[in-house]
Design a protein around this ligand. Structure first.
Ligand SMILES: Cc1cc2nc3c(=O)[nH]c(=O)nc-3n(C[C@H](O)[C@H](O)[C@H](O)COP(=O)(O)OP(=O)(O)OC[C@H]3O[C@@H](n4cnc5c(N)ncnc54)[C@H](O)[C@@H]3O)c2cc1C
Length: 391
């Protein structure tokens, strides 16, 4: 890809590299790797990006976006991953913000967007319910009008980072029509409202990022409705396309691949260095070829999004391929590190290989979810069958 960079792009690359070197300090890196202060690290990092004007590459320039070309976005993402710096938390900046920008009114834009840019509000996503995941239109959380408020009752599940959230964007049922999608509305709910309860769900990687969020007669001002009542499905779909595109995580996978190669140079099997094993090389190159193809597709989608398009079924292709590659790399990384990846726990006295093994196992375990969240890969295949193949 480097061959196509202009002199201005190469200059931009140097600026980005310098920024990560200075701002992603060893102290911040250590806290990010440690994983215990998720919110503190994310907010501190996003504020640094905001101060530089780089926190929202996907937003229109007049609202705080960067105005970058697709190549500049690509360079930024690549350098971020090479530096090992965290991505921004997507729920505010990449998910609800595009919906507010496209479908919100002027008051909502003025009220919410600056606070999202400055990381003053932490958002979470309230789509899934115990009985409606893939079949999202089956959702039951009800919002009934009472004067100038909606009264919300129901429960959302798998709500990532709800324990930190100031706001939740929610799909709620405001009416019952023949077509189930028609009675759904998109509302913004203050997590401090009376009647909101967050119950933790601990996942297999021994982490707490998931939650159940229960609404018990929660009063939500009607001014927190986005767009038209009953039309939330349209906005929800636009948001999901953005979500699926960002789940592809090409640059992260490229970095993971490069790190696996370095690990394989140090690890040995009964024949010698792992990196010299033809079977291992075959597996590496199979993944690398798929990743290169995904990268070109990602760039095409990035270019059309920069031209103002909302991604269509290609978002589903990116989601399927991106998450399959992530999982293939997670498996290979665990195998490369061998027995060290047997345990999730790391004790004080253990060495770098134990730490590497434990983090590889954690990523592998949480990584099982990547083919489920953002809409399961089976359901994405249905989308492609219908929208692309016309089946
Ligand atoms: C780690 C993680 C984080 C998440 N974070 C959030 C969040 O922050 N906010 C939020 O709202 N949701 C979140 N989710 C929920 C996620 O979007 C749902 O889990 C997902 O949409 C699948 O729904 P489900 O779990 O109800 O499974 P189900 O819909 O019950 O599906 C079960 C299985 O059946 C298959 N299946 C279902 N329907 C079809 C079909 N028509 N054709 C073929 N196969 C089908 C599915 O692929 C799956 O394998 C998260 C999930 C995970 C795992």
């Amino acid at each position: 890809m480097n061959n196509s960079f202009s002199a201005a792009d190469l200059d931009f690359q140097q600026q980005v590299r310098a920024f990560f070197e200075i701002e992603f300090t060893p102290e911040l890196r250590a806290r990010a790797n440690d994983g215990r202060d998720v919110k503190g690290v994310a907010v501190e990092w996003q504020k640094k990006l905001y101060a530089k004007g780089w926190v929202a590459p996907g937003w229109p320039k007049e609202l705080g976006g960067t105005g970058w070309t697709p190549v500049q976005k690509f360079i930024f993402e690549t350098e971020r991953c090479n530096a090992g710096a965290p991505d921004v938390v997507p729920f505010g900046l990449k998910m609800v913000a595009p919906v507010i920008i496209h479908f919100g009114n002027d008051e909502q834009k003025a009220r919410f967007l600056p606070r999202i840019l400055k990381s003053e509000d932490w958002w979470c996503q309230g789509y899934s319910e115990p009985g409606s995941g893939s079949d999202l239109a089956a959702l039951q959380t009800k919002a009934e009008k009472d004067g100038d408020h909606y009264v919300v009752n129901g429960a959302k599940i798998w709500t990532t980072y709800a324990q930190y959230a100031d706001w939740i964007f929610c799909l709620v049922r405001t009416g019952n029509f023949e077509k189930r999608q028609q009675g759904i509305s998109f509302v913004l709910i203050d997590m401090k409202s009376k009647g909101v309860t967050v119950n933790p769900i601990h996942s297999i990687d021994n982490h707490h990022s998931l939650n159940e969020v229960v609404f018990d007669n929660v009063r939500v001002p009607v001014e927190n409705l986005i767009g038209q009542e009953h039309q939330g499905w349209t906005y929800a779909k636009a948001l999901l396309a953005h979500e699926r595109t960002s789940i592809a995580e090409v640059s992260n996978s490229k970095r993971n691949l490069a790190e696996i190669i370095e690990l394989a140079k140090q690890q040995t099997n009964h024949k010698g260095r792992l990196i010299d094993d033809p079977h291992f090389q075959q597996r590496l190159s199979d993944i690398e070829i798929e990743l290169m193809a995904l990268e070109y597709m990602d760039l095409r989608v990035l270019a059309s999004m920069s031209a103002g398009d909302t991604p269509g079924p290609e978002a589903s292709l990116l989601k399927i391929k991106g998450t399959e590659i992530q999982q293939a790399l997670q498996e290979l990384r665990m195998e490369t590190i061998g027995a060290y990846s047997a345990s999730l726990r790391v004790d004080e006295f253990q060495n770098e290989l134990h730490r590497e093994g434990s983090s590889s196992r954690k990523e592998y375990m949480y990584g099982r979810a990547a083919t489920i969240y953002g809409g399961s890969n089976e359901v994405q295949r249905n989308v492609i069958a219908k929208a692309v193949l016309g089946l």
